[in-house]
Design a protein around this ligand. Sequence first.
Ligand code: UAH
Length: 394
Amino acid sequence: MTKLCREVWIEVNLDAIKKNLRAIRRHIPNKSKIMAVVKANGYGHGAVEVARHALEHGASELAVASVEEGIVLRKAGITAPILVLGFTSLSCVKKSADWNIELTAFQADWIQNANKILENEDSANQLGIHINVDTGMGRLGVRTKEKLLAVVNAVTASKFLRWAGIYTHFSTADEPDTTLTKLQHDTFISFLSFLKKQEIELPTVHMCNTAAAIAFPEYSADMIRLGIGMYGLYPSDYIKQLGLVKLEPALSLKARIAYVKTMRTEPRTVSYGATYIAEPDEVIATLPVGYADGYSRELSNRGIVLHRGRRVRVAGRVTMDMIMVSLGEDGEGKQGEEVVIYGQQKGAEITVDEVADMLNTINYEVVSTLSRRIPRFYIRDGEIIKVSTPVMYV
Ligand code: UAH
C-alpha cells in the first residue's frame, strides 16, 4: 500500500459500484440508458475514476454540475457525452462547445445569445443542449408550453447548437407521498405531447433520479440520471424500505491512530474549549482527520469510530485536522492501528446514513463534502488498483 504521510484515506470499492449499476440496470427497462451523475467529485468518491468505471459497467453518459467539472473528465481522456446540470454563464458557451460538453438551457434569449457567440467564435463542435422543464422543482427550467416552444425553436434554428435532450427533475420522488411526483410526471408528459403535436421530433427524454428510477421504473423514459444509488446509498429510508433494489455502499473512510496516551496527569482536558475531561485511567487516541477533511465539527463529543471492531466515541471538539477518541478506562490501543470512521470493521459498521442522521442532514452531504485532500484508494477484486492523491506520494 502507498505510504501516506498523514494516515487518513478513503477506500472506494469499485465492485460495489458495478453491482449497484447492475442492480439498477435490472430494475429499469432495457431501452433506458443510464447517465452516471459524477458531480461534486463523484459525490466525494472521485469523479474521474467513478466515471470511467461507470462507463465500463452500464452507463453511457455522464452528468456534472459545471463546465469545469466536465473539463476535468475530458482532460482525463473521457469521451462519453457529458451534461452540465446547472446553469452556465454565456461566457462559458464557447469553452463548452470546444470541450464538447452539453449544457442545460431553458431561456430563448440565452439560446439566441449562445448562438451569436458560437457564430462569431469558431468552434469545431456544435454545442449540445438539454432543455430543462420545471414541473415542480422550482429551481431551473422552463415553466410554460409557450416558452418551451420558443426555446425549442431557438435551439433547432441554430446550426451551432444540437438539441440533445429534454428533461425534468423530481422534488419528492424519495418520499412516501407520491402525489407531486405523479403530477410532475404528468405535467412533463403533457409538455412533450404538446411538442409532438407541433410535429417536433424529441431528442433523449429523461426525468428519473435514483429515487424515481427505483420507485417509478416506468418513468425511466430514454435515460435515467443515476447519482446516489450508484454509490450504494439510498436517497431516503423510504426508498430503502421499499426493498426493490439492493445497494451496497462503495465508500469507507479509514485512518491510523497517530498517538495514544493514558490521561494520568492533570489537566485531563481534551481539545479546544476543554469540553471533555478524561478520567485518570482513560486512554485517548488521536486520529488524523478533522473538519477540513469533511468530518463535521458537529460530531464533537458525538461521533463514533470503530476500533478493533468496537464503537468508540469522539472525545472533545473536532479540530481542523485531528480528532481524539476515547478508548475507555484502561483501554488499549496502539499508534498505527487502523480505525474505521465510515464503513465496516470486524462485523461492526458505521454507516454514512447514521452519521447523516447525527448531523441532521442527508447521506449526500456527508459523502460529497469529503475533502479532496484525502487520498482515495480504488479497490477492484480486493486489490488496490489505483491511488488518487492531491499530491504525488513517493
Ligand atoms: C438534475 C439532477 C440532479 O441535480 C441530480 C441527479 C441525481 O440525483 P440522485 O443522486 O438522487 O440520483 C439527477 N438530476
